[in-house]
Design a binder for this molecule. Structure first.
Ligand code: HEM
Length: 110
């Protein structure tokens, strides 16, 4: 079992390794299909995720829709601190606290 969590937070590979900055992937040549061992969101080898083609399309479509129709804000005064990214300990990395966001529609509904 490889430690993808640690690899994907290696400061020798990623600047701002602990920060949530999705833009850091833009313009990189990292492959996410299991051929580049710096970045393994779907695993690698014969046991890698078989849903990779489906996921790539569905995640992008849904994310694009959510960003197109809504602004996303933290509830109350939490905006200044940003989301609490504390994780739980275990084989599956999960958030300690559920992510709570307020969806603000971009466009007025008729
Ligand atoms: C963004 C969404 C998803 C991500 C990031 C993801 C990621 C992963 C990862 C990291 C693994 C472990 C690979 C390894 O052990 O090397 C895995 C396994 C697996 N995934 Fe996904 N997955 C996603 C969605 C899906 C979907 C939608 C399906 C089914 C339609 C699916 C089916 C599976 C199955 C069956 C395995 C076990 C493969 C095996 O052990 O041989 N996944 N996935």
């Amino acid at each position: 079992m490889i430690n993808a969590w640690a690899i994907q937070r290696d400061p020798d590979i990623w600047s701002c390794a602990e920060e949530f900055i999705p833009e850091k992937f833009m313009g990189t040549k990292f492959d996410f299909k299991g051929l580049d061992f710096k970045y393994l969101p779907f695993g690698a080898g014969r046991r890698m995720c078989p849903g990779i083609s489906f996921d790539s399309a569905v995640v992008e479509l849904n994310l694009a829709n959510l960003l197109y129709w809504f602004d996303w804000q933290m509830p109350g005064s939490a905006d200044e601190k940003g989301p609490d990214m504390t994780g739980t300990f275990g084989i599956l990395g999960a958030r300690e606290l559920p992510l709570q966001l307020v969806a603000v529609p971009h466009f007025n509904q008729m």
